[in-house]
Design a protein around this ligand. Structure first.
Ligand SMILES: CC(C)(COP(=O)(O)OP(=O)(O)OC[C@H]1O[C@@H](n2cnc3c(N)ncnc32)[C@H](O)[C@@H]1OP(=O)(O)O)[C@@H](O)C(=O)NCCC(=O)NCCS
Length: 199
């Protein structure tokens, strides 16, 4: 079985290495990182997926942000190890983390990415929400975890205000879940290439 757990400080170097492997150099120079700098992650929603041997195969992170003063979740980066892309592991961590976010009471999620990928999870273009430039407006996507949560919400995405503790509360390790591998590659296990989302 595979296991999905909240990321702990012990996981972080491996998660950073996975992101470095999956994304172009300079990933932290992207405009979305300006919203994350100095802001604590939403620890309970930052997840790692390990295979039965304990190898890190996927990771996803979330940050808090604001639009028109309302709380939004900023999703990303999400990455799957290149040797396992296209096997459904990205979908697993997307769906598991979004379910956790809904359970925690979050109303809406925002990301910058490829609509053809993220639409399968229900994300749609947000016409009236602006990420810091330069960001292609076609890639600014939102998901309602609560019906109507994005209706009439517009304006620039802003950093979460307030203090940003250096040390986050340790995630509850009992929040791990065992999951079956979603699917084996049918024939050609060619890894998905390119970048689905800015990160
Ligand atoms: C994008 C990513 C997270 C998806 O995870 P994954 O485990 O490979 O994806 P899944 O197996 O869940 O889904 C595969 C499906 O998504 C599609 N897909 C993957 N990336 C896509 C993209 N950029 N645009 C459109 N569709 C995409 C595949 O074609 C496949 O379609 P199918 O189900 O019709 O066969 C992963 O490929 C990855 O890490 N890519 C590099 C890093 C990246 O771009 N991360 C996102 C930025 S935050």
């Amino acid at each position: 079985m595979y296991e999905i757990c909240p990321e702990t400080p012990a996981d972080t170097p491996e998660v950073e290495a996975l992101y470095d492997l999956c994304f172009a150099p300079g990933r932290t120079a992207l405009s979305s990182y300006r919203l994350r700098e100095g802001v604590a992650r939403v620890a309970d929603l930052c997840l790692v997926l390990r295979d039965p041997s304990g190898t890190l195969m996927a990771a996803i992170r979330y940050w808090p942000a604001r639009v028109a003063g309302r709380r939004v979740l900023l999703l990303g980066p999400v990455a799957v190890h290149p040797t396992a892309q296209g096997e459904g592991l990205g979908g697993l961590v997307m769906r598991d983390s979004l379910t956790r976010a809904r359970t925690m009471g979050f109303a809406r999620v925002l990301l910058v990415g490829d609509a053809p990928y993220y639409s399968r999870f229900g994300f749609q273009r947000l016409d009236h929400v602006q990420m810091p430039p330069p960001t292609n407006p076609d890639r600014v996507l939102g998901l309602e975890l609560r019906p109507g949560a994005w209706v009439d919400l517009s304006g620039p995405v802003q950093r979460e205000p307030g203090p940003s503790p250096d040390v986050q509360p340790a995630p509850d390790s009992t929040a791990c879940v065992q999951v079956a591998h979603p699917r084996k590659p049918a024939h050609d296990p060619t890894p998905t290439s390119g970048s689905a989302a800015d990160h």
